[in-house]
Design a protein around this ligand. Structure first.
Ligand SMILES: Cc1ncc(COP(=O)(O)O)c(C=O)c1O
Length: 393
């Protein structure tokens, strides 16, 4: 059986691998608290689910839609983006995709010729690097010299004539860091100057805590907004990971290329999911706010508890998304493990708490914990981690 050579360099998703392991342990009766997952623990708000059910019952969801999405959904996304950022897209500039994940893969497929590069800030979400490779491009990892956010100096050190795009994910998975307006402006102007497309992954932009400010790339100078493709979706804000609806919004030429890719690769995303997404974007936004508040309470409760664990260090308190990304090399060393990966495996085996080793995000001294879990589970999980670390030291 011949498998394409480019696949040899592509790694399976590390976060999905942990989830599979915990699912197996749970099925075998183990008492597992899974903090490895990147999805809200809430179910989709009822008004959104009802819209999908209505589209099924009426028969509207029985048929293909336009590959780029229902016109009403593209309009709803354009209106939603305009309300949030002030930037107005023609619905033709919007393409609905099977999750933000396919939106990103579609962008890389649309813009990369073999050997072209994409700047990927480290730490960063696991799929960027692999998607660029899948699309035949070269991931150009840019390690943040300080903390979790890259600067123009960091980018200058890695960019070359082959660089086509830079991914900016704010709020960031895995650290919860948010780029300030000033930081984004510097990066945005740099990208415009070098004719490098900005891929703004703002999927967590509704999940911002404790009064932190979160600026969209689209709110900056027009030249920056026009050089940006926005990636968004309903997964995180509306507790809709299973529905698989994301989108791109960007320059017309790119939207046209994306429509072509989507039309041949996936066809339209499930019609019932699209009707649900229309309800999400046009309906009452109260549920988004109540879920945000729940995440905020969880963050504020467990952050100090994690800070108090010996050998766990935070640069700063996360401001968005629903992850914590402490440096744990102190604890790993004190307990005598040879790597964070073995520490994480032992933690799971001994305590049933699943987290993701930072290597998957490019920072092997860290672990990522998701707080998209009930407060009760989170407090119990942190108590187990604390007991694991302190009893063994
Ligand atoms: C940073 C980031 N971007 C994009 C996605 C993809 O989200 P989805 O495909 O569910 O819309 C995720 C999901 O974990 C993510 O963390």
């Amino acid at each position: 059986m011949h498998i394409a050579k480019r696949l040899a360099q592509v790694n399976p998703s590390a976060t999905l691998a942990v989830s599979q392991k915990t699912a197996q342990m749970k099925a075998a009766g183990a008492d597992v608290i899974d903090l490895s997952v990147g999805q809200p623990d809430f179910t989709t708000p009822k008004d959104i689910a009802d819209a999908a059910i209505a589209s099924i019952n009426s028969g509207a969801a029985s048929f293909y839609t336009a590959a780029a999405g229902l016109p009403a959904l593209r309009q709803a996304i354009a209106d939603h983006v305009a309300t949030k950022t002030g930037y107005k897209y023609d619905p033709k500039q919007i393409v609905v995709t099977d999750g933000a994940k396919f939106a990103l893969y579609g962008i890389f497929s649309a813009i990369l010729d073999p050997g072209d590069g994409v700047l990927i800030p480290i730490p960063g979400w696991v799929s960027y690097v692999e998607q660029v490779r899948l699309a035949g491009g070269v991931p150009q990892a840019v390690k943040a010299a300080n903390g979790f956010k890259v600067t123009v100096d960091d980018l200058d050190a890695v960019a070359n004539a082959k660089t086509r795009a830079i991914v900016i994910n704010s709020p960031q998975n895995p650290s919860g860091a948010i780029y300030t307006k000033q930081e984004l402006t510097l990066i945005g102007n740099w990208a415009v100057r070098h004719d490098i497309l900005i891929v703004a992954d703002e999927i967590y932009s509704d999940l911002v805590y404790n009064g932190a400010e979160c600026t969209s790339m689209l709110e900056l100078d027009h030249s920056i907004a026009e050089n940006t493709v926005l990636v968004g979706g309903v997964s995180k804000s509306y507790a809709m990971t299973g529905w698989r609806i994301g989108f791109i919004a960007g320059p017309k030429k790119l939207a046209q290329a994306m429509s072509t890719i989507v039309s041949h690769a996936t066809g339209n995303p499930a019609a019932a999911s699209q009707y649900a997404a229309i309800a999400a974007y046009t309906g009452d936004q109260k549920s988004v706010e109540s879920m945000r508040q729940a995440f905020e309470e969880r963050l504020n409760t467990i952050y100090p508890l994690l800070q108090a664990i010996p050998g766990f260090e935070f640069d700063s308190k996360p401001a968005g998304a629903f992850y914590l990304f402490p440096k744990v090399s102190g604890a790993v060393r004190a307990l005598g493990y040879d790597s964070t990966d073995t520490f994480v495996s032992a933690l799971l085996e001994d305590t049933g708490v699943a987290v993701v080793a930072g290597r998957a995000f490019g920072m092997p001294d860290h672990i990522r914990l998701s707080y998209a879990k009930s407060l009760e589970d989170l407090v119990e999980a942190v108590a187990r981690i604390n007991a694991f670390v302190t009893s063994s030291i």
